[in-house]
Design a protein around this ligand. Sequence first.
Ligand code: AMP
Ligand code: MG
Length: 273
Amino acid sequence: MTFDIDHFRVKPGDKLDLAEFDTRATPFWDSKDKSGALVRLAQLNERLESLQELLWAQGSERILVVIQAMDAGGKDGTIRHVFEGVNPSGVRVASFKRPSSRELAHDYLWRAHKQVPADGELTIFNRSHYEDVLVVRVEKLVREKRWRKRYDHIVNFEQMLVDEGTTIVKLFLHISKDEQRERLQARLDEPHKQWKFEPGDLGPRKKWDEYQEAFADALGRTSTKSAPWYIIPSDRKWYRNIAVSEILIQTMEGLEMQYPEAPEGVADIVIPA
Ligand code: AMP
Ligand code: MG
């Protein structure tokens, strides 16, 4: 079955109701075929590895992958599984935590802009400038008058990056409230996961609906032709991993990258004994 990534794409200006999405859905895949998905993921890992090598060799494209989700939505796991086998030299993860006082002393895009990919690089934003219209909006960290304007800034900022040669892919890992409870519970139950449990994560959980609304607004207002959002049903981790891999691979294939020409006469060179 061909995996049509347009299916996951948010249309510009869409008014979304995230509760309408089935977070356990497995479009273009048999929901019972988990073992097949693991085999498929290994193939996709290899394909992504070659595409990243090509990206680096060609050295003129820049790729920015933005990942957002509720707590325990699988951002770290996605990065680990989707990029397995990819050469770490050409890939960088930028994680956006609570802003430092120095970051807060600047505009909210300052810290994001400093981390964008250069030629030949693929950069993953684990959280991003979108926090400034998500947690900031819901927790009222700045006034509405201020965050309302940010959707337009973000669209313009991303358009500038695209115009200057960056390809942007934005992924929302969509989990259900029940799935989040199970994953947070697992963090309490499994000793090697306890470090990940932050009592603070229970705060946003209490405001689930407000966060979902903030996400819906952000996705609808900032999904553009140049910098689309994709909504990934993410309750099943194995499915999420193949869906994300397909989206990245098909996007990179669309760039039609080529290895650079070998220098003149390379084929005739004989390495001296
Ligand atoms: P984690 O990704 O689990 O390490 O948590 C990072 C925390 O930083 C989350 O609670 C985010 O909501 C928070 N965070 C990230 N960016 C911002 C921001 N711009 N303003 C406030 N909190 C933020
Ligand atoms: Mg956390």
